[in-house]
Design a protein around this ligand. Structure first.
Ligand code: NAP
Length: 311
């Protein structure tokens, strides 16, 4: 048996095709497109790729998208000033500061940045006000990756109400908000993390299993109930041959890509899981495109709300 593929690129296209006309309508009414301001600090290669994709998708959807770059040596104060400028800007409805920040900025840098972004421009949904709204099931700007996972499940007709859902990972940006969104849709939710005992046993009870930890191939067959839906949020760039050989058989497409590029982006879920799961989201092409589609949607929503309603 081979699992049904949960095609994130296809679902993201559906969302983009719905958001596109609404962006055009807003632009015609407001005399300007919804605007997104992105701040990128340093030159982390993965962040460069994510930001490039976000800018390209935003421009393709008719949004205004501006990038402000700060050097890896920038002080936290400079970053906070950049956020303040975007907070004041009339042209920018959404603000995104790309994670991770350089460690030299300090352990609480991300929290200070997220706390400073105006809640009504917080298109990542990380501000405490928006997190509170999410918990109360009234978030206008839900965190992009978790809401993307929900879109993927719902539009792929995976029943959530009544399902046993297990989320591996408890970060503020993926695991926790996703668990809450699943709970609001009436799943019975278990959250697992690095201190969970018998994680494989907990996971094997899931009808819906989501992994968001960033450990290549961590979720093996023994974690998965036959027929379960498995969503792989993990994205890790690997360049060591041993890991590639552990995960992918000789002659497979992924090995070919590795030979060509010298690196590969892989998920948390071992490829063998496709033989036992009922449905599985791939990496790449699963949750990644949805994160970007939800960012476009949140930027439109922020613009509409700032314009005083449906914009
Ligand atoms: P994070 O902040 O580093 O959190 C990782 C979580 O995984 C933590 O809760 C940690 O547990 C848990 N964990 C780590 N190792 C574990 C282990 N061996 N067993 C059980 N739990 C373990 O990461 P994140 O920002 O949530 O991102 C997670 C993954 O999703 C990464 O690969 C990231 O690249 C990917 N991601 C993808 C997208 C997308 O668009 N597809 C978006 C965002 C993130 P503790 O809390 O106990 O330490």
């Amino acid at each position: 048996m081979s699992a049904r593929v949960l095609d994130g690129a296809d679902v993201a296209n559906q969302i983009r095709s719905e958001v596109g006309p609404a962006i055009a309508a807003f632009t015609a009414r407001a005399g300007r497109p919804p605007g997104l301001g992105i701040v990128l600090v340093g030159d982390d290669p993965a962040s460069e790729i994510y930001v490039r994709n976000k800018l390209k998708s935003a421009a393709g959807a008719g949004l205004r998208a501006d990038l402000e770059r700060l050097p890896a040596t920038a002080r936290l104060a400079e970053l906070l000033e950049a956020v303040e400028r975007l907070n004041r800007s009339d042209a920018h409805d959404g603000i995104l500061v790309q994670s991770p920040l350089p460690p030299a900025m300090g352990v609480d840098a991300e929290r200070r940045v997220f706390d400073l972004i105006r809640p009504d421009k917080d298109v990542d949904g990380f501000h405490p006000t928006n997190v509170g709204h999410l918990v109360q099931n009234r978030a206008p700007l839900p965190a992009c990756t978790p809401s993307g996972v929900i879109e993927l499940l719902e539009r792929s007709h995976v029943p959530i109400a009544g399902a046993r859902a297990v989320v591996i990972g408890r970060s503020d940006i993926v695991g926790k908000p996703l668990a809450i969104l699943l709970l609001h849709r009436h799943a019975t939710v278990t959250i697992c993390h690095s201190r969970t005992t018998d994680l494989a046993g907990a996971a094997a009870g899931a009808d819906i299993l989501v992994s968001a930890i960033g450990r290549p191939g961590f979720v093996t067959r023994s974690f998965v109930k036959p027929g379960a839906t498995v969503v792989d949020v993990g994205m890790t760039q690997i360049d060591d041959r041993a890991t590639v050989e552990r995960l992918f058989p000789p002659g497979s497409k992924r090995r070919e890509v590795f030979e060509r590029r010298g690196a590969l982006v892989v998920g948390d879920v071992h490829p063998d899981v496709a033989e036992i799961a009922g449905a599985l989201s791939p990496v790449p092409g699963g949750v990644g495109p949805l994160t970007i589609a939800m960012l476009l949607k949140n930027t439109l929503t922020a613009a509409q709300l700032r314009a005083g309603g449906t914009g």
